[in-house]
Write a protein that binds this ligand. Structure first.
Ligand code: UD1
Length: 441
């Protein structure tokens, strides 16, 4: 398993380009299953989850060509398998996004239940209830979800009220409804920019979707969808991570190819704690620290509020801010796994259920730490950049799932970070985590 070795204490300076959004690329790739024609996606990030999603599409029978870097041409004319197996779902929960398109186009789908994960239990009950409302019969069989459309193989439009905002649940239902007979209305739908990006692709494919980016989305079902070309939006969480990297190291970064309006709440929050964020143009930010950082409370909530995917990075930043910051996580249970690792580096963090209180500023010192999930790993990298001495982060396969070569981008702006490629030199131990096995393939 690869590790990162970071020698902290260097201010970052220079410019960094943001990659395409992983969380937009995954549903857009799944959407290609809705048509027999070719869907071409540009600006895909080179991240492990994208490779896993590509493998899933190919396992189902799709052809995926990469005519140039970061472009995939996906053709799902000959789908032969209608199942996302446990081996893939356990490494990447977003494999459940195959369910909606398969059910809509072929009237049948089987997906292994994702089960728990490092950031708590993550059920898909709301996806399944939605499919049932669209007329599907959904059964649990040997750890799998087996779904079937009504007799003639076509779903029926319906009104779906989500009890809770769910991003992939909204995406799954959206995709399923595009080919349903009649109209579907999704209430309390997720408003994340990745939903709007998916809707833009679906409409280019011939779908009739209105209201994306709002909590009410209307989908008028059509008989068939066609091919399309689409460019994935920039990754707002990678953008936020680099803003924090500039601030935490007291450096100056020009962040290019981003879309600042997708992270308004993050930019506002960071400005309030003392980070200077200047919009040089529609896709470029200049970030400097300016004054000393001040602690400020934050609560994670669905878009457009502060995203849970920035909570861990914000916690790392608050270790360097003056005062007490109360961080409340409302989206996921058990999403403070990074806190104990930050404490090992000297951070003062008190945990009480879904509330973390960070008292700063503290001088962090390098230590061996363990990455537990994707965004937790990002926060440890950020802490390592400002810590005195050497930090070794184990299990960086988590960060590789969602960030495109983060160490290369950080090194280019002055960070002292190296990847220790253990996977090349040492065989994987038998108790290696499942994601690590996926990495080795
Ligand atoms: C997506 C993102 C992830 C982000 C999260 C919240 C992708 C691939 N991943 O994950 O990076 O952290 O949104 O912004 O886009 N829930 C249920 N039942 C369901 C579905 C969800 O109870 O059927 C709960 C979850 O346990 C969680 C909350 O709803 O507490 C939000 O989860 P959801 O928005 O579905 O997260 P993901 O789509 O899995």
């Amino acid at each position: 398993m690869d590790k990162f070795l970071i020698s902290g204490g260097r201010a970052l300076n220079g410019s960094v380009a943001i990659s395409g959004a992983k969380n937009s690329a995954l549903p857009c790739m799944a959407a290609a299953l809705l048509t027999a024609e070719t869907v071409t996606l540009h600006n895909l990030p080179y991240a492990r989850d994208i490779i896993t999603q590509r493998r899933l599409l190919e396992d189902l029978g799709a052809t995926v060509l990469t005519p140039e870097l970061r472009t995939h041409k996906i053709n799902a004319a000959h789908i032969e398998v209608f199942e996302a197996p446990y081996e893939l779902v356990k490494t990447m929960r977003a494999s459940v996004l195959a369910l909606g398109p398969l059910l809509a186009r072929f009237g049948k789908a089987k997906v292994s239940l994702p089960g728990g994960c490092a950031i708590g239990t993550r059920p898909i009950d709301l996806h399944l209830k939605g499919f049932e409302l669209l007329g599907a019969e959904v059964r649990l069989e040997g750890g799998n979800v087996v779904a079937r459309a009504p007799q003639d193989g076509r779903l029926i439009g319906a009104i779906v009220n989500f009890e809770k905002v769910t991003v992939t649940g909204t995406e799954n239902l959206l995709m399923a409804a595009t080919l349903a007979r009649g109209k579907t209305v999704l209430h309390n739908a997720a408003c994340e920019p990745e939903i709007s990006d998916l809707c833009e692709l679906l409409n280019r494919m011939g779908a009739r979707v209105r209201g994306s980016g709002t909590p009410t989305i209307e989908i008028e079902g059509v008989e068939a969808l066609g091919g399309a070309q689409h460019t994935i939006i920039p990754d707002r969480i990678e953008t936020g991570t680099f803003i924090v990297a500039a601030a935490i190291t007291d450096g100056e970064l020009i962040i290019k190819d981003c879309q600042p309006e997708h992270l308004t709440s993050v930019i506002e929050q960071l400005r309030e704690v003392g980070v200077n964020i200047e919009e040089l143009n529609q896709s470029t930010l200049r970030v400097t620290r300016g004054t000393a950082l001040r602690a400020k409370n934050v609560t994670t909530e669905p878009h457009p509020k502060f995203p849970t995917d920035m909570q861990a990075q914000y916690m790392a930043l608050m270790t360097q801010a003056e005062g007490e910051a109360i961080i409340t996580e409302t989206v996921f249970e058990n999403r403070f796994m990074h806190a104990s690792e930050l404490q090992r580096m000297g951070a003062q963090i008190h945990l009480n259920g879904r509330i973390a209180t960070v008292t700063g500023p503290t001088k962090l010192t390098g230590a061996p730490v363990l990455a537990s999930d994707l965004r937790a790993s990002a926060s440890l990298v950020l802490a390592g950049l400002v810590a005195q001495g050497e930090t070794v982060i184990e299990r960086v396969y988590h960060i590789d799932r969602g960030y495109e070569r983060i160490e290369t981008k950080l090194r280019a702006v002055g960070a002292n970070i190296q990847r220790l490629r253990e996977s090349v030199t040492a065989p994987l131990s038998e108790d290696a985590a499942p994601d690590a096995t996926a990495l080795a393939s």
